[in-house]
Design a protein around this ligand. Sequence first.
Ligand code: 5AD
Ligand code: SF4
Length: 437
Amino acid sequence: MQAMKKFFIQTFGCQMNVYDGQRIAAMLTKHGFSQTQNLADADIIILNTCAVREKATNKVFSALGRVRRAKKPDALFGIVGCVAREAGGSAFKRIPDLNFVLGPQSYHKLPEILKNPETKLLNIDLTGLEKFDELPQIEKSPAVAYIPIQEGCNHCCTYCIVPYTRGRELSRPFKDVLKDTKHASETGAVEICFLGQNVNGYKYTDSDGKTYRLSDLIKETAKLDTIKRIRFTSSYPTEMTDDLIEMFKEEPKLLPFLNMPIQSGSQNVLTRMNRPYSLDLYIDIVDKLKSARPDIQISSDFIVGFPGETDEDFEQTMEIAKRVRYINSYSFKYSPRPHTAAALMKDQIPESIKADRLAKLDSLLNDIQREFNESCIGKTMECLCEGPDKTGKHLVYRTPYMQQCIVNGTTQEAKTLVKINITAANKASLRGKIVTD
Ligand code: 5AD
Ligand code: SF4
């Protein structure tokens, strides 16, 4: 009997890629492959890639070097996702023995390389979302099911490669998304996280002319009994429409936590980023969210050292961070990307200044995060069990604010929601005890 063929997949980058990776794994399993964690064992090797910053792209090419050295001589290998789209055919020039390069919306074409291993498979079209229909479902849902509802972005921020790699915004049919949430709820999900580069821009008009928004998806999903928590990421500030804000008031299953990146606190920088909202409007939206849900907390992404950013601009970013008190943030040094307008702007900021500003902002964001974590001590929160930690002596839980909470013991079953009293906190995590009534 012939030994079962094996695949190896490594995923870089965002949650959307994690999801895509799961679908690719399901597809290869259906083709009779089994997954291996050992490169040298694999018959097909897939790097599922991210191109958002230069460092991410470089990581992929150095990983490809490692793959070439470690793989079996006749194993097929290639890249899928954003670097595939960014590099296109030039990836074959850089690495001549590469077998396939498939963009984020064409990885369902992967089986073609199995049929014709001698060819070079290149497909970086961004014409539709058939991949969602053509790939088999993930069989058993994890406790948190990430469900993409739209892909791509129409905002065209001048630093961002995403509109190039993932294309213009496309929303999935309302019914298809609900089919996925139902499937997830029937196969073990407790929490649904809707995904999209511009998730709150979700808009789908069906053949009867009825238009559905993210708020409609939330309402329908909340009706599923086994689903206890709902969230979505990542949101564009000015697409936080009133119907969506209202959901935070009306739908208790919607968690009081929102990722709504501001990127910079300087009006000038925002304009050059092509994020044409006023800071006053942003603050208004935050206030509206707070009146809908007084316990809501917000997280953000920040870019420091955008071309032309002055010390004063940077100080304004520090100010906005203090004002909104983001409880959990990601901050990055600006990285020039191909196919973007900002890469061509004059006044690129020297690396040393970027590093300096990043250190200052990170230190402030860490202080704010620690302060919020400490303010949770003494409170009781309903948390979702993720299972044991690495030591096997504790259980890891997620609070409604996505904080990690560690609890002594090993008896609680993963996927259950329990009330936990928070007893200690630091920057990275909380500790707590299960409340027994
Ligand atoms: N340089 C640095 N950070 C970037 N991001 C997107 N493009 C760039 C870039 N060229 C950050 C933004 C975005 C997050 C996913 O990555 O903050 O919200
Ligand atoms: Fe990129 Fe987000 Fe801007 Fe869209 S809104 S262009 S994904 S940073």
